[in-house]
Design a protein. Structure first.
Length: 264
């Protein structure tokens, strides 16, 4: 039954993308003398595809498309990895220790609603126009989400499971390793997937200021010259990047948290 459901879901996914593509074709195809939407505002899919091939061959502003993509992946990957490595353990620690939560939770909660992109000019003053400011802005945006989610995941672990482990003579280390951490993983992976989308958004904002490379920089620079085709290519690459990273996170979650949704 589940195989049929998965097969049906895949076909629905394909149909959804196909419907969007057909709609794009429809509003940009010539009807009479001109299309419904002028090419300056939205080029046709074929025009965008040709622009993508030109960018693959010639690059943009002296740098290859692969170079721009590599720079963007480096910035995102470094910021995201550092945040996961620090924020998740901090969140787990806060969830298990009330004193740690009392100390760390207020500053994290205060910084959480801050518009992080508004801090970018300040970060440039502090760290300069290099890569550090761009990575730090991603870290600042993702840290509260990942740490608070990890804390809540720990606090949501069933008390009966912990009591049962204690009754069997398990140590605190064993309880964390065999009960608390595995039970927290579904919540942690959910926050990681949410953070991927936010991280890509912050990357776009970071690349719009004081940089000369990156996919978002390419799109922003092209908009100054009304090169809508290049802008659309950049937007699609960022969208595909975010979607691909989410699929990777989903695949890892399915492999690591294979019991997700199956507990009684």
């Amino acid at each position: 039954m589940s195989v049929k459901r998965n097969h049906r879901s895949r076909w629905l996914n394909v149909a959804s993308f196909a419907a969007l593509l057909l709609f794009w074709f429809a509003i940009t195809a010539p009807i009479g003398e001109k299309p419904l939407v002028p090419p300056l505002f939205l080029p046709s899919p074929l025009s965008v595809a040709r622009t993508f091939m030109v960018l693959m061959k010639n690059g943009y502003q002296g740098k290859s498309l692969a170079y721009h993509l590599g720079i963007s992946l480096f910035r995102f990957g470094l910021g995201f990895s550092l945040t996961v490595l620090v924020a998740v353990p901090v969140g787990l620690w806060m969830g298990m220790n009330e004193s740690v939560k009392a100390v760390l939770d207020p500053p994290i909660e205060i910084t959480r609603p801050m518009p992080k992109l508004a801090l970018l000019p300040l970060l440039i003053i502090w760290f300069g126009i290099g890569e550090v400011a761009k990575v730090v802005i991603i870290i600042l945006a993702l840290f509260p989400i990942l740490s608070i989610s990890a804390m809540q995941a720990v606090r949501g672990v069933g008390l009966r499971k912990i009591q049962a482990a204690l009754a069997l003579g398990a140590s605190r280390t064993t309880i964390f390793r065999r009960v608390i951490f595995p039970a927290s993983l579904p919540g942690i992976f959910t926050s990681i997937r949410v953070s991927i989308g936010l991280g890509v958004t912050m990357l776009v904002g970071a690349e719009m200021i004081a940089t000369t490379a990156g996919i978002a920089f390419m799109a922003m620079s092209a908009s100054d010259f009304l090169l809508t085709n290049v802008v659309i290519v950049g937007v699609l690459i960022m969208a595909i990047l975010g979607y691909a990273l989410d699929l990777v996170a989903r695949a890892i979650e399915n492999r690591v948290v294979h019991w997700g949704g199956k507990e009684g």
